[in-house]
Ligand binder design. Sequence first.
Ligand code: ARG
Length: 426
Amino acid sequence: MEGAPQKNGNDKILLAYSGGLDTSVAIHWLKEKHGCEVVTVTVDVGQSDDLKDAMRRAKSIGASRAWVIDAKKEFVEDYVLPALKANSLYEGNYPLGTAIARPLMVKKLVEMAKRLDAKTIAHGCTGKGNDQVRFEVSIMALAPEMDILAPTRDWKMTREEEIDYAKQFNIPIPVSVDKPYSIDESIWGRAIECGVLEDAWVEPPEDIFEWTKGIDKSPDTPEYVEIGFVQGKPVSLNGTQMTLLDLIEKVNEIAGNHGVGRIDHIENRLVGIKSREVYEAPAAIVLIKAHQDLESLVMAKDLLHYKKMVEQHYADLVYNGLWFSPLKEALDAFIEKTQEFVTGTVKLKLFKGSAVIVGRESPYSLYSTSLSTYAKGDEFDHSAAKGFIYVWGLPLKVGSIVKNGANGSGVANGSAVNEESVSTSK
Ligand code: ARG
């Protein structure tokens, strides 16, 4: 592979800055290697870090300017909500808190690059992860003219060497060798990697978790929450209307307090590696569960089943960096149409790490007690079942007769079964 192109001194490099180890080292490294101005952009998608502090840090390391863009509202409305409507869980587990934040970061970076007349965007992703793909493919979709730099991929330092580099140049960093985790956050979840977690057998140590309580520390009494939806969008919590942003923040707090939303799984990265991933995503887990349940109540069976296939495809393509693709856009249109009647309320019980659905209601409920009841008031026509089963089972009956003969013992295909070969274990 060719190395990164050398920039000329008049150019400006816009660096997507998280405030973590990789991007902090990158500010210094890019300036040294390319001899040009480095401007950092930090996009606030609800990470709990002190981003003002990150901004100051960027400047102290050598960024000529450091921007923080509050994109929380846009993130929840335009990225989290579509993912929620699609019940997005990659490989059935991961709610995509990192994967959906990257396209928005790129959108903001591209806007800023155009404003500042910069022709190069840099990111701090390594060569082994998915985020490099998401960043670069999104840049290619939104600003194909832009040059892309990936210093962390080019410099070939180990994490320990990076820490040494940071020490050598007095770069302030939030990691130490005994807590060497790589952490990524958005309001939709917190991802924790590296350190002891790389051993898939080792239980995640309690101190990696910040949004969720351990079972032993969570309350001894359950808590009920009611999530109100209008056309697939959560609009109220326990009867109080609120913005999606406030609602997600509150549910993160309430469910996290009960230890809900911890995920530990082996994940298949796009780049071919299996990795052990640990997440905390209390609101994502609660809201996706509630949303799925409401859909079960209001959606026709064939639509519901078809949507589940679309959902898996959707999660895969978002995970794989194709947020700004024509297919993703078309699937969004399909999913939006399915949300027409996803209005109602779901009740959940949060207790010791679990979020269990205990009730649901909707003006569009297709659930009918008079059809489902086994008690008085049953309106289901039992006699109709007989004819239905006759028709439903007919192809199987015909098939069986052809194979085994009308009385079940003869064989139409020639491999006759004689009495001796039918052994009985007496
Ligand atoms: N495995 C997840 C993903 O690919 C999370 C990545 C988190 N990134 C990080 N730097 N810790 O979306």
